[in-house]
Design a protein. Sequence first.
Length: 245
Amino acid sequence: MKLAISGTYSSGKTMTVMALSHLTGVPRTLARSIREILPTAVPGKALADVTPAEYLQLAMRRHVGRAVDEALLGNEFISDGSSLQEWIYGTVRVRYGMNPSVTSDLAEIPEHERTAEMRFFEAVVSQFGHAFRQHVKGTFDAFVHLKNEFRISDDGHRPMNEGFRSSCDRTLLETLDELRIPYHTVSGDLPERLARIVEIHRLPVVTDVDTAIALGAKEYALIDKRLETARTPVAAASTARRHDR
C-alpha cells in the first residue's frame, strides 16, 4: 500500500510518519523539506520573504524530490504528506497574499485587486495543480488526514496563521473528495493515531507502540530546525549531496 499521511502545518505529520514506519516496518519517504531546500534554492531568504517566482521553484523542487523518493520505494511506503501540499499552499497564497503571517484577518484579496505578478502566479500554480493532482491520483492508494489539533509551531520558519491553515485544510479535503482518493480523518494523541491507522489499513506491526514512538522521537530530534537563513548554501549543498547518494 502507498499511504500518505496528510494534513497542514503543525498537524503532526512528520512525527506520525516516523513512528508509524517503525511500528509497521513499512518504509517512509525521505524527500527533503522546504526548510532544507531553501538555502540552496533561494539563498539568504526565509520562506516568508520569497517572491511568487521563487515559491514556484520551491514547489517544483519539492515535487520532484517527492516523486523520486516515491518511485524508489516502489509499491509500499508511507509518505509525509504529498505534492498536494505545495500546490495548495500556493493556491491559498493567491487568495490571501504571499506572507500569511501579516494577513491575520485573512480577508481574501478580490481578483480585480491582484497584481499582474499575482495573476500570473495564480495561472502557473493552477497548471502545477493539474500535474500534481494527476501525480497524486496515480500514485497513492489511500490517505490518512490528521486533524488540526495542535497549536501552530511558532518556529519563525512557516508564515502562518490559523485562518490560512484552516483554508488549506479545507482545500486539501475538498481535493481528496474531487480526486476520489479514499481517506480517513484521524485524531487523538500519537498512540491513538498510530493504533487507529494500523486498524484502518490492517498494517503489520513489528514492534510495540512505545518503542516505535521512542525511535520516531530519536529520528525527529535529528532534524535540523535552524532557520533557513542561519544555514550556509555550502552546508545545505553538502546535505543535498548526502540525500542524493
